[in-house]
Design a protein around this ligand. Structure first.
Ligand code: 0O2
Length: 226
């Protein structure tokens, strides 16, 4: 008899723990979804700023410095995987504090000069705060990867508050983007061993595409000077 009531109590306790746990997870997910919506707003702010710069430049110089813009919010799985890698708990606060690339925007520019022109114009804006800059164009990565990376904070204005949100910006030319997209595809091909020979070949391709960028830019300067 005593045994039976103990078992009943244990079942009840487990049910309560289960529902407490579900409530705890649901609460966390609500906070997480809200945070993601703030990141989406910040991404829209930055995208609009680049579109405005493109519009202004195209009127003044009769050409577009931006070829295309891609935006993305890091997936839930990638965020939790990154937190785990950094040895951090799954807390909304740690996402905001330690993950810089939840909101990402990639600006594909026409010529190398445009990358710096756009980055400088954005960073001059008084509501943009530069947190980190990595110039992989001036100093390409060992594998040949080239891009200008910026982590900035931008304010978003909500009904009752202003929040500063971080956005990762990658600026690169069409040629750099072509290389990075293919390199990413090749490197992450399943069940395939990436040899040193292939890495060398990829690096050579990156150097050739950088040289192509410079030749195209020189051509543009010739056309402009006429
Ligand atoms: P995804 O899905 O593209 O976002 P951290 O600041 O901790 O995030 P890290 O390494 O200091 O990490 O950042 P870094 O060097 O600024 O670059 C991170 C991002 O740049 C990567 O994001 C890629 O998008 C891009 N990137 C960096 N190196 C390479 C490279 O060698 N090849 C290619 N194709 N892309 C590169 P994620 O997180 O990998 O993924």
């Amino acid at each position: 008899m005593e045994q039976k009531s103990k078992a009943k109590k244990a079942v009840k306790l487990m049910q309560r723990i289960d529902s407490d746990m579900i409530e705890w997870i649901q609460e966390r997910m609500k906070d997480f979804d809200l945070l993601m919506s703030y990141y989406r707003c910040a991404m829209m702010e930055i995208e609009t700023k680049f579109k405005v710069l493109n519009e202004e430049f195209s009127l003044e110089h009769d050409r577009n410095p931006i070829s295309s813009i891609k935006t993305r919010i890091k997936s839930f799985d990638s965020i939790t995987e990154k937190l785990e890698r950094k040895g951090l708990p799954f807390e909304v606060d740690s996402v905001e504090k330690y993950i810089n690339d939840v909101a990402g925007i990639r600006v594909i520019c026409t010529f190398p000069e445009d990358v710096y022109l756009l980055a400088d114009a954005l960073l001059k804006q008084d509501d943009i705060m530069l947190i980190r800059k990595k110039d992989y164009i001036a100093e390409p990565k060992e594998n040949g990867y080239r891009s200008l990376h910026l982590i900035v904070a931008v304010p978003i204005y909500l009904a009752h508050e202003k929040r500063l949100m971080k956005v990762e910006i990658q600026l690169r030319t069409l040629a750099m983007d072509f290389w990075a997209s293919l390199e990413h595809q090749l490197r992450y091909k399943k069940d395939f061993e990436f040899t040193q020979e292939m890495a060398d070949e990829l690096k050579l391709c990156a150097e050739q595409s950088a040289a192509l960028d410079l030749r195209m830019e020189a051509l543009r300067k010739q056309v402009n000077s006429q």
